[in-house]
Ligand binder design. Structure first.
Ligand SMILES: [Zn+2]
Length: 394
């Protein structure tokens, strides 16, 4: 669990802006916005209350000229500064989707004049506490940025509003993406870890590429493989030779490779990027498929069966026991949650009592209104399954 309220931030509003995330099993991410306003305390106060009036609160409001930081809502729930992408609730995508409004204008990138201080470091510390990697999966925030749906659905890291599918805003403008990551030490997913830079000035940032971690402290056979490839490419800074744990020597060796590839400045910081890694290894190394933790014994619930049963699909017998096996697993879990009386808990019929119990489960997760209608949805069912030992087939 990461930081929910940043202790350095002042509280804005009543602390309640959103609800549970829809895809908590996908990586955490950050979305940067600009308010298209001036900065300073008067703007902070007026824009801060305007965002509440129009119900478009981000999690955080940041003044790049004074380092003032405010927080509207808990980081483990959704904010509401994005538009939905059709039926996909972009505000609720990911383990966290931390939205930051910077008091600035997209036309004049704030990284050109900002003065990040202790509060910005606190902001980045909180972001990293959720395992959000120091990467920009959708690339540049310059005009014409890509709004790739697959990238947004699957990759953790930092995004601009300009990268979000189904949205038409182009903020935060062409900011220096590396400056954001480098303005605060601690560029790994370890919240209390040391600085992002070792005493010898070598970056200790960590990245995840294709499901594998690289950078200081990353471990695995893939780290050894990169080390060997670096040696083969004549880019060794090793004293003892490459091993399975990424050290400063790996970073220095990788830096030589980046320079050989023509990168410079922050592009040659020794922390792998997708392009240079692919060039080095010939192909992008991929995380091996994980063996299932409990083979063959975890029951699977079919979401569409459940929905059909709950809606009393005309194809089913009225109040019937079709899909009873799926329904019974869910009923047992609802009973274990204390939401369904034992008398109804094993009838295998998704009747009105079970619908009412499921609605309570949705409400328990923070859903309300039409999101808490008692008809199972993927996210709420997966949470129930995680808590009570079943898998969901969507
Ligand atoms: Zn925006």
């Amino acid at each position: 669990m990461g930081e929910i309220w940043i202790k350095e931030a002042e509280r804005l509003g009543d602390g309640s802006i959103g609800g549970a995330m829809d895809s908590p099993s996908t990586p955490g991410r950050v979305v940067w916005h600009t308010t298209e306003s001036g900065a300073g305390n008067a703007s902070f106060n007026s824009v801060g209350s305007y965002l509440r009036t129009v119900a478009s609160e981000p999690h955080l409001l940041y003044d790049p000229t004074t380092d003032r930081l405010g927080q509207y809502g808990p980081l483990n729930q959704s904010a509401r500064a994005l538009k939905n992408d059709g039926s996909t609730r972009t505000n609720r995508t990911g383990k966290v989707c931390i939205q930051i409004e910077v008091l600035a204008r997209a036309a004049t990138p704030f990284t050109g004049y900002w003065k990040p201080g202790p509060n910005f470091k606190a902001l980045m510390r909180a972001v990293r506490s959720w395992g959000v990697p120091d990467t920009w999966p959708a690339g540049s925030c310059a005009p014409g940025a890509s709004r790739n749906r697959t990238t947004w659905a699957t990759k953790g890291g930092h995004y601009g509003h300009c990268h979000i599918p189904g949205n038409d805003h182009w903020d935060p403008g062409n900011i220096d993406r590396n400056a954001i990551l480098k303005a605060a030490p601690g560029g790994s997913s370890t919240p209390s870890g040391g600085g992002s830079t070792s005493t010898s000035g070598v970056s200790r940032a960590k990245v995840t590429i294709n499901g594998l971690a690289y950078g200081y402290g990353a471990t695995g056979a893939h780290v050894t493989a990169v080390g060997k490839a670096l040696v083969a490419a004549g880019c060794s800074a090793y004293v003892d030779g490459p091993g399975p744990t990424w050290s400063d020597a790996d970073t220095k060796s990788y830096q030589k490779w980046q320079k050989k590839c023509g990168y410079s400045g922050t592009g040659a910081d020794g922390v792998p990027g997708e392009a240079s890694l692919k060039k080095l290894m010939g192909t992008l190394p991929k995380a091996p498929a994980k063996a299932p933790a409990k083979p063959a014994v975890t029951p699977t619930v079919d979401l569409s069966n459940l929905i059909a049963a709950a809606r009393k699909d005309p194809g089913l017998k009225q109040g019937g026991t079709s899909h009873a096996a799926d329904v019974k697993i869910v009923e047992a879990a609802l009973k274990a949650e204390g939401l369904l009386a034992a008398a109804y808990a094993a009838d295998g019929s998704f009747g009105s009592t079970t619908v009412a119990a499921y609605r309570k489960w949705q409400q328990k997760l923070g859903y309300s209104g039409s999101d808490a209608d008692g008809i199972p949805g993927k996210a709420s069912l997966e949470k129930l399954g995680t808590a009570h030992g079943f898998k969901v087939k969507a």
